[in-house]
Design a protein around this ligand. Structure first.
Ligand SMILES: O=C(O)CCC(=O)C(=O)O
Ligand SMILES: [Fe+2]
Length: 300
């Protein structure tokens, strides 16, 4: 991925590049001490849960040996590490966490999005925090299917907490895939919390049991996409604390598998122009998220 730091003072040029490339990547933009304080806050909580190797420095974020072995055994089958609590999505670790809030809703990103949109920016109140264990990566998707009930100008902001070399597995985007959205229109028209009222199995799973209409993935075979879309997977060889990437809702993305013994910690949050409607699942003091209050029926 190409950094856009040289365009930081030129919002018009940033908008043009975002429209052309679908993403903007910045090196060392956020205050490094704040990002590392965020890392420490997460790792302290994980250490208290007993998930880290007590023989290693906390800030290395190395998983406990026996969990690592269990992870290796599971990932041979390419299954997510469901049994290991450190394996995935942990928004609970971001709740009432002032160190994380300092980074993702602090003055630097707020000012960045205000200028990018050319009007006051609004961020969602829900903070997606991921602790990706060894063997774990995020399958390919577009964010629209999870948060597409409001502004089409909504942007994701992905922040790594600490160094993320290739083997630790950072974010990847499919080059200019936002310009090929028509090819995946049926997928983009879906919403994980919307169910078919005329299909009893759907009603039971989504409305009654609070489940999802589908997991939201575009595919679990990211290696097929370069051929199909004539596009490369782009990533950063070495993410550093302070880096972030922002990208559009139609950008196809995922993350590389974590092939190390360290945990990969990141947040993804969302900003949009404040004058536009916001998806009700993600705003307010206690956002319903994918819970029952956000489920919607339609006739299919
Ligand atoms: O961090 C990851 O593994 C996935 C992140 C993601 O999908 C996003 O930022 O929208
Ligand atoms: Fe995503």
């Amino acid at each position: 991925m190409e950094p856009s730091n040289e365009l930081l003072d030129d919002p018009g040029a940033l908008r043009e590049r975002l429209a052309a490339e679908g993403y903007l990547y910045f090196k060392r933009f956020l205050p490094v001490e704040a990002v590392l304080a965020g890392r420490r806050s997460i790792l302290s909580r994980l250490a208290a849960e007993g998930l880290l190797d007590p023989g290693r420095d906390l800030m290395e974020g190395v998983l406990r040996g026996d969990l690592l072995e269990a992870a290796a055994a599971e990932s041979e089958g390419h299954r997510p590490l469901r049994r290991m609590k450190a394996g995935a999505f942990r928004p609970d670790l971001a709740r009432a966490n002032s160190e994380i809030e300092r980074v993702v809703y602090g003055p630097e990103l707020q000012a960045f999005y205000d200028r990018l949109f050319g009007e006051p920016a609004l961020h969602f109140d829900f903070t997606w925090l991921r602790v990706m264990g060894p063997g774990y990566g995020t399958p390919t998707h577009c964010d629209w299917v999870y948060m597409g009930r409001g502004s089409t100008e909504l942007l994701t902001c992905w922040v790594p907490y600490g160094e993320v070399p290739l083997e630790v597995g950072g974010l990847m985007v499919l080059e200019r895939s936002h310009l090929q959205a028509e090819r995946i229109r049926p997928y983009l028209d879906k919403d994980v919390d919307t169910y078919c009222e005329n299909r009893p199995a759907d009603v039971k799973r989504v409305k009654e049991e609070g489940g999802w209409s589908f997991p939201g993935w575009l595919t679990k075979n990211p290696q097929q996409l370069p051929d199909k879309f004539q596009a490369r997977w782009l990533t950063c060889r070495h993410w550093e604390p302070g880096d972030f990437i922002t990208f559009s809702m139609r950008m196809i993305h995922g993350s590389l598998d974590n092939a190390s013994d360290r945990l990969r910690i990141s947040t993804d949050v969302r900003y949009q122009p404040a004058s536009q409607p916001a998806d009700e699942r993600w705003v307010g003091p206690n956002p319903p998220a994918h819970g029952r209050a956000g489920k919607r029926g339609r006739i299919c």
